[in-house]
Design a protein around this ligand. Structure first.
Ligand code: PLP
Length: 454
């Protein structure tokens, strides 16, 4: 601008907030040289959208609920910015159990779980304050916080203990400027599912340091047989919690953009602070979430057959077993068996792959030679791992694991002579014995296409 304050030319620049907004995952991936081998079909084990391969579909009941919502012509107008009362009541019922009661006034509907996390972070933290996030962890927490000038500090997870939180490290990271602690359970990228006792231990730290918790529970209930999902709120007597979830992953409809926050505030700490009113005000920035999905929500929850959830879990678990069994035979790799969600972390013993400076080069070269892409753990602020998605069709997953195994065999250099022993060639074998279960689950997930089309 000229001294007189009158512009002589266009001076449009993107705002600070736009310039401070970065997606760490995009940044990492865009800097990789990804040139697949033209001789081999590309298999992307990187995509966190369960619908892209076409093998996993929402149940017919959910599609019908959306049709009815649309045809009713009742959901074309604006809803209250926190959502229609009936939809909030539906979420309250869905989120309540013997251990937690959620009331509809404690539900804020959002445009996906991402938006729920955005509101939760924004309502609790000021620019200059910090939030604590897990490492390795979902990169969105950082994207959302840093664009608002909120700092991000990481607390470590412990792979050798099923990716439990290092509570000592967590406690050390908390300072006077810590506005919230983000807990991810079940975890993306780790596939970990925390026990009640471990959740109690985490809450104990939050309680001692008076830090409210944001629980990212978008994978709630998506746990393998024998595991139990405990909502963080069901374990907390007093620590105030904003729980974030949605229908995205469990109902296999990421594009529908329906998520929510449930406020858990038994001692009125949030209420006294005006957090509920703050969420209400923030929700007015985008005037609420998609009303057609709101109109369908009650039916989606009540009509989806239990069998649909079991089938999805069965498929994910069988895929986990296949990937685990195949990759535990690959030289230099250590797959870690998940307990839930849709991912598996695979450790790469970089010392045994001297050709590569880091896991970034490793995954890059695997694309070049094998046309298989797994996300490097740098995307999750971690090193020496890659993350596989378990939602790809079984045949592609097997093929990918074969190629990964062959790739490792080609580049593996034992650290010393001793590590030669016990190295058998397992490229061709998969010891997984879940094929019967898989056959069954494949029968179960045969799409009822005819009934889906309108
Ligand atoms: C997919 C995902 C989300 C975002 O879900 P949307 O409802 O699509 O916004 C949030 N947190 C984690 C850990 C996720 O994996």
């Amino acid at each position: 601008m000229s001294p007189s304050g009158v512009r002589r030319q266009w001076e449009v620049v993107p705002s600070d907030i736009a310039q401070k907004t970065h997606n760490p995952l995009r940044n990492v991936v865009e800097n990789l040289r990804l040139e697949p081998n033209p001789e081999k079909s590309m298999i992307a084990l990187s995509i966190g959208d369960p619908t892209v391969f076409g093998n996993l579909k929402p149940p017919v009941e959910v599609i019908e609920a959306m049709q009815e919502s649309l045809l009713s012509i009742r959901y074309n107008g604006y809803a209250p910015s926190t959502g229609h009362q009936e939809a909030r009541e539906a979420v309250a019922r869905y989120s309540s159990s013997a251990a937690v009661t959620v009331h509809s006034q404690d539900v804020v509907l959002c445009s996906g779980c991402s938006c729920a996390l955005d509101l939760a972070i924004t309502v609790l933290a000021n620019p200059g304050q910090n939030i604590l996030v897990p490492r390795p962890g979902f990169p969105l927490y950082r994207t959302l916080a840093e664009s608002l000038g909120i700092h991000v500090k990481s607390y470590n997870l412990r792979p050798e203990r099923g990716w439990e939180v290092d509570t000592m490290h967590l406690e050390q990271q908390i300072d006077a400027s810590t506005a919230a602690l983000v807990v991810s359970n079940p975890s993306n990228p780790c596939g970990s599912v925390y026990s009640r006792q471990h959740l109690r231990d985490i809450l104990q730290v939050a309680r001692a340091k008076f830090v409210p918790v944001i629980a990212d529970e978008i994978y709630e209930h998506m746990v393998f047989p024998g595991q139990t999902f405990h909502p963080l709120a069901s374990v907390s007597d007093d620590v105030p919690i904003l729980a974030c979830s949605g229908i995205t992953k469990r109902f296999l409809v990421p594009g529908w953009r329906m998520g929510w926050i449930t406020i858990h505030d038994r001692h009125g700490i949030f209420e006294t602070a005006g957090v509920r009113a703050g969420l209400q005000r923030l929700s007015q920035r985008i005037l609420g979430s998609n009303t057609l999905v709101q109109g369908a929500l009650a039916s989606i929850f009540t009509r989806t057959p239990e069998k649909f959830f079991q089938d999805t879990i069965m498929t994910l678990q069988c895929h986990a077993n296949i990937a685990y069994d195949m990759l535990k035979g690959a030289k230099g790799l250590t797959p870690l068996m998940p307990k839930g969600a849709m991912y598996m972390m695979v450790g790469i013993n970089m010392a045994e792959f001297p050709d590569f400076a880091s896991e970034l080069n490793f995954v890059e070269q695997m694309v070049t030679e094998e046309s298989v892409f797994c996300l490097p753990s740098k995307c999750f602020d971690y090193t020496n791992y890659m993350r596989l998605v378990l939602t790809v069709p079984e045949e592609q997953l097997r093929e990918a694991c074969h190629r990964i195994t062959a790739f490792c065999k080609r580049y593996h250099r034992p650290e010393d002579a001793d590590s030669h022993k016990g190295n058998t060639d397992v490229v061709e074998t998969c010891t997984s014995n879940c094929s019967a279960a898989l056959r069954e689950s494949r029968d179960l997930i045969v799409p009822k296409d005819a009934s889906i089309s309108p």
